[in-house]
Design a protein around this ligand. Sequence first.
Ligand SMILES: [Zn+2]
Length: 336
Amino acid sequence: MIHEGDIERVVEACRQLPEPVGNYLVEDYLTNLMATVVDFQLQTTAVERALEHFATRVRPYLTGLDDLADLLERWPADQAGNTALARHLWGYDLWTRAQMLRELVDYFTAIGVTDQDALKRWAVTATFDRDFKGRVHGLGPAVFQWLVMRQGVDTVKPDVHVHRFAARAVGRPLSDAYVVAVIEAAARRLGRPAHRLDWAIWEAGRTQATSAGAQPTSAGAQPGFRHELSAPGVTVDVNEDRDVCTFVDDDAGYVAWLAAHPDGYVLNHERYPSIRYLVLHRAACATMAPRDGGDTRTWTSAYPKTCSPTRAALADWAKANTGGPPSPCGTCRPPD
Ligand SMILES: [Zn+2]
């Protein structure tokens, strides 16, 4: 049972929290698999670099689970093979995580959770004890909780920041189950989604850890994941008054925009924009447009483009969507 006084104290502490800035849903099935085995008990920077490596060097070449399964087959499932596989996927010798990935792929394949829609459906009804415990050696309840939260399940992940927050509020350390229950109860009382409280607590905790000079550890922590901007084929004016638009799976729209704005600017980013890969180009940059005659490359699939006539608008967009400034392209050298 949860003590009424604890709920009240947590409610009061939650009232002090600002709304979260980030959005930590992950809409890509393969990225979710990677995050599940990589994003726990590692330094945040290692997690971010490993997932950036996957996003930029591996993910663009995979269409789905079948491609990943073929990739896993290239190396034997022993320590040497898993080390080579881990280096390929993440740029790190995380060989035990590579073995977990194999087991996770086998398990999800066996139960038909083979794409993002199926993963979302599974996450809604899955419980740790029934659907995850013991399926992949080394993956525990916090990993499960974080996996289903990335699919939008409204709960709380009892990581180090959440524990610290709750312990400070009620005046004593709490168990994982109690932390989840008391914050969910506080969320109901506040009329706020539990996962948004979790995000807000995590953001506040990360800020404090950083400003205190402490090295934040992952502990299943949430890296700079961001939500997908739009459904494929849909162009969204994310900020109409400032004329910023993002092209996703819309090469024709993108090329037309370039033609109409030769003095504009283009941000190149992943489908889930993040500071991990965010490059600012001039619209006239030779690397950002198809060459004349028979250029069959795609321009807005693996790397959507966010465009604007002004550099300042893209800087604002980058800050709002990724928290940081873009890196300038070394070829076209946009002005600071
Ligand atoms: Zn450029």
